[in-house]
Write a protein that binds this ligand. Sequence first.
Ligand code: BTN
Length: 266
Amino acid sequence: MNESVFVKKTLDFFKKSGNPFIKKMYAFDDLGSTNRTAKELALQNAREGTVVIAQTQSEGRGRFDRVWQSPKGGVYLSIILRPTTPVEKTSLLPFVAALAVAQAIMSYGLPARIKWPNDVLVNGKKIAGILLESETSGATLPYVVVGIGVNLNTPLSQLGFDIQKQSTTLRKEHGSSIEYYEFLDTLFQQFDRFYQIFSAGKFEEIVEEWKQHSDTLGKPIRVQTIKETVEGIADSVDQSGFLLLKTKDGKIVRVMSGDCTDFHEL
Ligand code: BTN
């Protein structure tokens, strides 16, 4: 079968990029979900640094099983990791991914901030989302798939009305179109950089860097967890990346995972 322009350009980019972290790239014009395909590849022993990328997705997924609309113009990719760090530290991987995406966006002069744990915002609007998926096998994590969706040149009009209101794109914030492969190159470089810090066991450095880019700390927020809704001031994050929330009665509640909303958005 003939390769499409997107597939050919993407594979050419991969060959020329020379990023030591990216070991193999699978590119598609349209895929259900890059995370789903990456998980299938991980189960077939694909190595760390394997990337699945698509120009569009027909069944893109977000956190909490939400739909991630994926029209042409956005970046949709998943990276397979096989971390060898202690399993309890893998809860910091959402920070690693968010820092890489935020830094790539900041390289365009944009003020990217991170909403706990890993939504990337510019001027209060969501510009990128990250979905990590893994499987446990005893005390180890055989793989982690890091799915990244970035509103690069995405036409906002092609997103649902509610999503449009809360989202922005690099093109809109920057004032002109962003070159897709230039952005990818920067993103992979930043990913490599933060994953190396993580893999070297410098967990405190990841947490400190995350705190510096946080859009959440110090704000009154509401977090929806699987079990309950908790409200309070986002006091800090601990060395596992869990949110420490100070409630009205002064108690500190430790939240491992959840959907976080600022009070000003409610
Ligand atoms: C979120 O903010 O809810 C996370 C969105 C993650 C979207 C990306 S796009 C590439 C990868 N494939 C998917 O199906 N989802 C992730």
